[in-house]
Design a protein around this ligand. Structure first.
Ligand SMILES: Nc1ncnc2c1ncn2[C@@H]1O[C@H](COP(=O)(O)OP(=O)(O)OP(=O)(O)O)[C@@H](O)[C@H]1O
Length: 263
């Protein structure tokens, strides 16, 4: 289970003016994000471009230090760069970061060994994940030259090699065709089921269909803030709409205008 409370993060974007004395522009990427993602559920972070989804997921994954707020993963506080919570999490970030000279299997096994698995265990797990993600024909190929979708599937298998209880996915269907997207959706449904281990899955997206088809719970993020959380049905009701896209636009953009006005 992942609990996020009052999360905030700003960046300084360096000045583009060569002789400027200013340190740069302050970008408040995350202002106040909070939500709970439960075990056995798929929680979707839904927001427009630049809403703060990736920044939030990177803080949950302990890849980036927050300025304020707290994150608990299975009751343990996340501290950026520390291993404590990383072992409990599988993270697929936007920078897929595979080693191009290694085969898909070597990439997956290497990661497993880093997580304390024996080579044999990691090898067996690579076979299992390759079967589940339709990756078998790629396992012994070097990642150099993989298509976007092939890279994504390999990176996903690598993120799941140590069978983590919590799974963080940043736009996982990016670059996947319709067949691969369906297969991934099926696999995520299995992971959240009791047979698949009742995993806690959090993923970011701006694709409405994905949210409607997969998410048990949706967190609407706008302009660095959580503006709504609930099931698709609850959000439709809250917005007074029958179409989910209309509901999202209402919740995200009308709240965004209000939040901007409040600053
Ligand atoms: N390292 C950084 N330096 C400066 N600004 C940043 C940095 N990382 C993110 N930002 C800014 O923070 C804001 C939120 O970015 P973030 O990537 O979290 O949004 P997002 O919701 O994931 O967007 P998208 O759907 O387009 O990926 C954006 O305005 C972005 O330009």
């Amino acid at each position: 289970m992942i609990v996020v409370e009052n999360l905030s993060k700003q960046f300084i974007r360096p000045s583009t003016k060569r002789w400027s004395r200013s340190k740069g522009e302050v970008v408040q990427a995350v202002k106040n994000i909070g939500f709970t993602a439960e075990d056995g559920k798929v929680t979707g972070l839904l927001g427009a471009n630049g809403a703060g989804k990736t920044t939030t997921l990177r803080m949950i994954a302990a890849l980036l230090k927050q300025d304020g707020g707290q994150i608990l993963v299975d009751g343990v506080a996340v501290h950026a760069g520390e291993q404590t919570t990383q072992a409990k999490m599988g993270v697929l970030s936007d920078a897929r970061g595979l080693y191009p000279r290694l085969t898909a299997r070597e990439n997956i096994v290497y990661y497993g060994v880093l997580h304390g698995m024996s080579r044999q265990q990691a090898d067996q797990r690579a076979d299992f994940l390759a079967e589940a993600l339709d990756l078998k024909s790629l396992l012994e190929r070097r990642c150099d030259g993989f298509s976007q979708g092939e890279k994504m599937k390999t990176a996903l298998a690598r993120a799941l090699v140590h069978d983590p209880k919590n799974i963080i996915l940043d736009e996982p269907t990016n670059g996947l065709d319709v067949v691969a997207t369906r297969a991934l959706r099926e696999f995520l449904r299995w992971l959240r089921s009791p047979e698949g281990g009742s995993k806690c899955i959090v993923f970011s997206t701006h694709i409405m269909q994905e949210v409607e088809r997969l998410c048990d719970d949706v967190v609407v993020v706008a302009h660095g803030n959580t503006v709504a959380q609930g099931t698709v049905g609850q959000l439709l009701e809250q917005a007074g709409e029958t179409d989910f896209e209309d509901a999202f636009v209402k919740l995200a953009f009308e709240s965004k205008a209000q939040l901007r006005g409040a600053v």
